[in-house]
Design a protein around this ligand. Sequence first.
Ligand SMILES: Nc1nc2c(ncn2[C@@H]2O[C@H](COP(=O)(O)OP(=O)(O)OP(=O)(O)O)[C@@H](O)[C@H]2O)c(=O)[nH]1
Ligand SMILES: [Mg+2]
Length: 237
Amino acid sequence: MSQIVVCLPTYNERENLEPMLRALGDKGVRVLVVDDSSPDGTGELADRLAQELEYVDVLHRERKDGLGPAYLAGFRHALAAGAELVLEMDCDFSHDPADVPRLVAAAEEGADVVLGSRYVKGGAVRNWGALRRFISSGGSLYARILLGANVRDLTGGFKCYRRRVLEAIDLDAIHSKGYAFQIETTYRALRAGFRVVEIPITFADREVGGSKMSKTIVIEAVWKVPALRVAALLGRL
Ligand SMILES: Nc1nc2c(ncn2[C@@H]2O[C@H](COP(=O)(O)OP(=O)(O)OP(=O)(O)O)[C@@H](O)[C@H]2O)c(=O)[nH]1
Ligand SMILES: [Mg+2]
């Protein structure tokens, strides 16, 4: 396997999967699709494309279990295959595949975790309504204040980890499923003393397929943030 693996979780992303895999084809990465038995056939399509595209692998999971568990399965798979850098990104083109080399370069220049950030200078969000903007930026601010973390975009899902980070943080202890997963992984990396660097990205709303955002995901993040802080204060994190 290449040294660099992009984990791409999918649930009903049939229209987006092929253009996304092709767009990642010249980026010098392997792509690991993690599909939770999408009813729309995304998993079967991924298998067909993996036969054609040598840089693509597919991990099938039995049922929809949230983004967090899908990523954890992907991380373990990538580490077992020897990856030095492991990336996360959405398969809905909210994250621009053209930005992957910038994330990789920042890691190669010395960052332990690179965050594609909407809320640093030069970053932006396109086509989101007021409510989604509020939930996202408000959520990042809430987590930033409660955790005392000097990071602007704690809820984003376009990230690159150095192998040693994923080896050092206790993946088995992470149970977050949605936005909380992004907050928790970055917070654990900070607590472990790793260098987290934000680089600006423009995030665009998805054009095809449906959102999997839910009230449950927001509620999980609301209680999980203080729970993480308490765990840290008790020395359990
Ligand atoms: N394997 C797996 N992938 C998921 C699951 N939930 C979401 N995804 C994928 O994770 C990525 C992000 O999900 P989105 O539905 O775009 O969620 P979001 O970005 O928070 O919301 P929108 O941008 O509003 O759609 C996409 O590639 C989804 O297909 C899940 O339970 N399992
Ligand atoms: Mg999305």
